[in-house]
Design a protein. Sequence first.
Length: 309
Amino acid sequence: MPLVTTKNMFEKSMKEGFAIGAFNINNMEIIQGIVDAASEKNSPVILQVSSSAIKYARMPYLMKMVEAAVETTNIPIALHLDHGPDFETCKECVDAGFTSVMIDGSKYSFEENVELTKKVVEYAHSKGVVVEAELGKLAGIEDDVNVAANDAMYTDPEQAKEFVERTGCDSLAIAIGTSHGAYKFKGEAKLRFDILQKVKEKIPNTPIVLHGASTVIPELVEMCNKFGGEIPGAKGVPNEMLKEAGKLGVSKINVDTDIRLAVTANIRKVFAEKPSEFDPRKYLSPARDAVKEIVGFKIENVFCSSNKE
């Protein structure tokens, strides 16, 4: 099965009330872990790549690894650019074979965001590629995205309607209280589901995306710290909240931090318990297995079984 766009995935998600998992990839082991889990669960999946991941892994390598994943499974796989910083990066990904791109103009004024997003939409649609945009700012740090807490803002439902109508974007990432990175909440986790519901009322046929939505799994944080890490006070979005978001209209939920924690915790464990080990296969294999376990759990328990094809 060739790469697909997110169109059919999102139509099914909106109709049945669940979200699709979008997992960030950086190397072969992460791709294998994600795709192996999705294949076992017979679930569609979105592999997404940040501009930093492209710089790290290099576009030709990423495309060939994703191509290998597509050739070895029959599940629907979409390849998505996460947080595209400019038109040029989006164009590069469209031309390389991505089936979905995100243009993140949230750092600009509303009018500038509209203008930039519309430009990307016009080019991507001419090539059969769908476009995700963002309105509102999420706090936190992830790759090239860095927004201070006092600069974060919730998405305005009225603006969301105008934005989608003027840009023609296919899906919209909104800000309802999540944040990037491992430190999402200082106190009790809380998401503004009231804003989500108002946005869905205004744009009922537009798929909604939730960024910064890793659970920041406590066991993985503890494991990292146990074997030499320093990640104190990390706190993410509870699985119950993510599942509720899917029921209320979120079609795509992004997961990156949990993948990083799974990889790092298991590599640290091998290094600590077997300090003489220097074969990369010996520490990357358990890291890959951990990614598969985490993704499989999320597909089964957070993104729910109704997303299976």
